[in-house]
Design a protein around this ligand. Structure first.
Ligand SMILES: [Zn+2]
Length: 83
């Protein structure tokens, strides 16, 4: 499927979109901004990320458990090793 009318990146399943959401937040490095949830699109029938609305429960759990910070730490180290 070649993209959506919204111009947003599409994900075929909700869980794929959630993975991308968590990854985006990890890269963003700020817990107070960036996408907060995923939704099913009326136009393409696939899933997109959104920065509006209620925070996704998987992301909320992820942040609450402090995994976001751990992941950032891991990415930092990985970045050093890759260089
Ligand atoms: Zn769409």
């Amino acid at each position: 499927m070649a993209g959506c009318i919204t111009g947003k990146k599409s994900y075929t399943t909700e869980s794929l979109a959630e993975d991308a959401l968590i990854e985006a937040r990890t890269r963003h490095g700020d817990e107070k901004s960036g996408p907060v949830g995923v939704y099913r699109c009326e136009d393409c029938g696939q899933y997109h990320l959104t920065s509006n609305g209620v925070m996704n429960s998987r992301l909320a759990k992820y942040i609450k458990e402090g995994k976001l910070k751990l992941n950032q730490e891991a990415n930092r180290w990985k970045g050093r090793l890759d260089r």
